[in-house]
Unconditional design. Structure first.
Length: 285
């Protein structure tokens, strides 16, 4: 595995993914009962935007940096920007928080995070980041195997009836990744049926995703919808046109918080031919 997220931190895909994640976490915190988060592909958790990797691609300049300095935007976007800003000096953006850091930021005393990462260097950085946070456990292991090993979650005497599984793989071998995701989510739903599942996926040519969507729609879940941001037309398989979030058993009305943000992101981050989509694959009864 050669993927390093440092080259892509803060890009348009991170904006969509983390905007959905932050609003999801805030929705989960509205209930007093504890929740558990499993992040299957956590990365190192914190990225400097002046690093050689980030400067080589300048992807943050076409992503999160375009949102800062704008007049007040939709509240769901402002929640995301506040979460990112809290890890930076006031009025500046020098670092970008990855998903485990954003999750930890929202955890209450009773909540827990298990962050999985296979690459040893990234795992070590993650352990150092959370060395003093007893709410976070870092696992140097395959995230898909963790679904079997850690679900349903129980820590001490606490059984977690609700929570989130975030699946955000590098998609280095896409033909193998999508079936693996479907298998993992199906297995996980049998173990922890009340959990919310959030799956990030890249868009290069959207028509190639249709088999994945058909199989996702057949999963034994209460509700399934997807939110997409394409910053350019998907007419080249060599460029990342956009990305999406597949949401399974999402909190009630979360889609209503996300939908108004999508055209704003399209306007601010998109090129000519940019599009957005929020589509139900399975609506709740």
């Amino acid at each position: 595995m050669n993927y390093r997220h440092a080259f892509h931190a803060g890009n348009h895909a991170d904006v969509l993914k983390h905007l959905v994640l932050v609003n999801l976490l805030e929705a989960m915190a509205r209930k007093d009962s504890p929740y558990f988060v499993l992040d299957t592909h956590a990365g190192r958790g914190h990225y400097l935007l002046a690093s050689p990797e980030s400067r080589k691609t300048s992807e943050a300049a076409e992503g999160v940096l375009k949102l800062f300095g704008q007049p007040p935007l939709h509240e769901s976007i402002e929640r995301y920007l506040r979460a990112v800003q809290s890890h930076n000096p006031v009025g500046a953006l020098v670092a970008y928080p990855g998903s485990p850091l954003l999750v930890a930021q929202h955890l209450r005393e009773q909540d827990r995070l298990a962050a999985c990462e296979l690459q040893p260097e990234e795992t070590q950085a993650l352990r150092e980041l959370f060395a003093r946070d007893a709410r976070v456990a870092v696992h140097g292991r395959d995230g898909y195997s963790a679904i079997k090993a850690l679900l349903p979650p129980r820590i001490g005497d606490t059984k977690f009836g609700r929570g989130l599984v975030l699946i955000d793989p590098p998609y280095e071998a896409q033909d193998a990744e999508y079936p693996q995701i479907i298998t993992a989510v199906r297995e996980g739903l049998t173990r922890w049926p009340n959990a919310t599942w959030a799956v990030w996926y890249p868009i290069k040519q959207r028509r190639t995703l249709l088999p994945f969507f058909r199989k996702a729609a057949a999963l034994p879940a209460r509700s399934i919808w997807l939110a997409e941001l394409q910053v350019r037309p998907d007419d080249s398989p060599l460029r990342l046109a956009g990305s999406g979030m597949l949401m399974i058993n999402a909190p009630w009305q979360l889609e209503q918080a996300i939908a108004p943000a999508l055209p704003v992101l399209q306007r601010l981050l998109g090129e000519t031919g940019a599009t957005t989509r929020l589509e139900w694959l399975k609506q709740p009864d």
